[in-house]
Design a protein. Structure first.
Length: 202
């Protein structure tokens, strides 16, 4: 794959050609077309009329969401390169706790400012690629991109839930800050802070 343009805050989508995909077939996925560029890397093409949708995703990706590696707009319209298959904290838990805290706090704050909810963060929702930490927020990404939703793989309560969520309350921005604290603790110590303790008692 050729060199991709850097994500740049506040500048909008750069005018640059998308990576070449001659040998790859695009698949229509809702309102976008998707092509595989390699293992775990995809090119997402928006229609020429979907510039605002791509810009919104791009602005959130600059804040550390969705695992976007590059983006631009060319003669065919806006495009994004996303790495949904990047290793997660569940796969590779070694990460600098301060970098994790800063990156995830920035991503969560961008969602709150935009009145969006990225879903409750878990180790499997945080990826790291090319030195950057990203909150994947797959369901939010698919909704913003106009892609069909996929069935959730989450089963019931999780040890990453706040006590309020474990008691049945819907997750919200406050419970995401709680989960952020748990993730940072795990990055610092290698263990969950309440290992062996029930969710309601913690």
């Amino acid at each position: 794959m050729s060199t991709l343009p850097e994500l740049a805050p506040g500048r909008g989508l750069p005018r640059v050609a998308a990576p070449s995909v001659e040998d790859t077939c695009f698949v229509v996925c809702g309102e976008v077309r998707v092509a595989q560029l390699g293992e775990g890397v995809e090119l997402v093409r928006f229609g020429s009329a979907d510039h605002a949708r791509a810009e919104r995703i791009y602005s959130l990706s600059v804040a550390g969401l969705f695992g976007i590696r590059a983006a631009g707009v060319d003669a065919e319209g806006p495009w994004l390169v996303r790495e949904p298959g990047a290793p997660t904290l569940e796969d590779r838990p070694e990460v600098d706790p301060l970098e994790l805290a800063t990156s995830l706090a920035r991503a969560l704050a961008a969602c709150e400012r935009s009145a969006l909810f990225p879903g409750p963060p878990r180790p499997r929702d945080v990826s790291r690629f090319e030195g950057r930490i990203s909150l994947r927020a797959d369901a939010l990404y698919r909704a913003l991109a106009g892609m069909p939703a996929v069935a959730s793989t989450r089963e019931g309560a999780s040890r990453w839930d706040s006590p309020e969520v474990a008691s049945g309350r819907a997750p919200d921005a406050a419970s995401n800050r709680y989960a952020l604290g748990l993730l940072v603790y795990r990055a610092a110590t290698g263990a969950h802070p309440f290992a062996g303790v029930g969710r309601l008692e913690a």
